[in-house]
Design a protein around this ligand. Sequence first.
Ligand SMILES: Cc1cc2nc3c(=O)[nH]c(=O)nc-3n(C[C@H](O)[C@H](O)[C@H](O)COP(=O)(O)O)c2cc1C
Length: 207
Amino acid sequence: MTQQHPKHATPDHPIHELIAHRWSPYAYAPRPVPEADLETCLEAARWAPSSYNDQPWTFLLARRQDEAEFETMLSCLLPGNQAWAKDAGALLLTVVRRRFAHNGNPNKAAEHDIGLAVGMLVVQATELGLHVHQMIGLDAEKARQTYGVPEGHDVLTAIAIGYADTSGERTDDLAARDAKARSRRALAESVYSGRWGHPAFEERERP
Ligand SMILES: Cc1cc2nc3c(=O)[nH]c(=O)nc-3n(C[C@H](O)[C@H](O)[C@H](O)COP(=O)(O)O)c2cc1C
């Protein structure tokens, strides 16, 4: 059997390989992402479901090879995130529109729908051999000013897309973070049935 990357999920139940081997790296190999791959990732996001098909998302993109653009977007991140996101192949900011386009009412699902669109992007990126690391740690107000984000919209998250440096040659703190295994709560702690706190699935031996 081939050895799995330490970040590979250790699922209790079978899941799709794309989901199992997705992870959020800190050590990126500093190289650009092909234009066609960026388009494919954002196309996947485009086809996400959304409440009333409102598509309350906008993405702002900065490519590594456009150095000034990349620096500008990087400067909107909090310093702790800049430290590693500087090596990404591309950066994105997600922008949420708070009200429905069709009637102007507040859209309670807007942030949910952005997350869902990004989920599609992440799976597609993984399929292309890319790694995605999302960030809430950014200066949203600075980003608003920088990009002239209009009223009724908020900058929500940032996204680093690129190539994890899995060469094993890096010995820095970022690479050390990437060596740690991923973990999750057990299903029984987050899936209930009948009443709060009552696990939906019985513990049983897998066949
Ligand atoms: C919406 C969102 C915001 C996040 N913000 C940050 C962040 O600001 N900085 C950071 O280093 N990681 C951030 N993360 C990454 C999470 O810490 C990471 O997804 C989590 O620890 C699970 O690790 P995994 O993605 O490798 O499975 C964020 C993830 C999401 C989905």
